[in-house]
Design a protein around this ligand. Structure first.
Ligand SMILES: [Zn+2]
Length: 133
């Protein structure tokens, strides 16, 4: 139902309190593996929440394999090749320039994507809106 990617354990725990059924991932590789499996099973997570900097400390510039951009590229690939798009991608990183780049890339691929920093009122509201639709 929801895939939540973040390298901070406290954020994953906070998210789990709100959405106990969510799938949590702490690395880009785990998130990509999960999305691939979901697609192979004929589905796609309706909501995907992505952090950007997954290295544990600070910003990961330039972007590497373990950053949210790798997952964005994989989502774009799934949309292009499997015609499976999530209903919403929430970019919840506090690294605003990186989150904006991820959003632009998803918009290019025709994916609904919003910027909402983790735990901001807007962050929870964006998810609830899709779930309650
Ligand atoms: Zn990146």
């Amino acid at each position: 139902m929801i895939l939540f990617l973040d390298d901070q354990a406290a954020r994953r725990a906070r998210f789990l309190r709100e959405y106990p059924m969510a799938t949590r991932a702490s690395t880009a590789a785990v998130a990509i593996h999960f999305l691939t499996q979901a697609c192979n099973n004929g589905g796609m997570q309706p909501i995907i929440c992505l952090d950007h900097d997954l290295g544990g400390t600070g910003d990961c510039e330039p972007c590497g394999a373990n950053c949210g951009c790798a997952v964005v590229e994989h989502i774009c690939h799934l949309v292009r090749c499997e015609f499976r798009a999530p209903r919403l991608v929430v970019l919840h990183s506090y690294n605003a320039p990186a989150a904006q780049r991820m959003q632009a890339r998803l918009h290019e691929a025709g994916v609904n994507a919003v910027l909402a920093p983790f735990n901001a009122t807007r962050f929870w509201a964006e998810i609830a809106e899709i779930l309650n639709a």
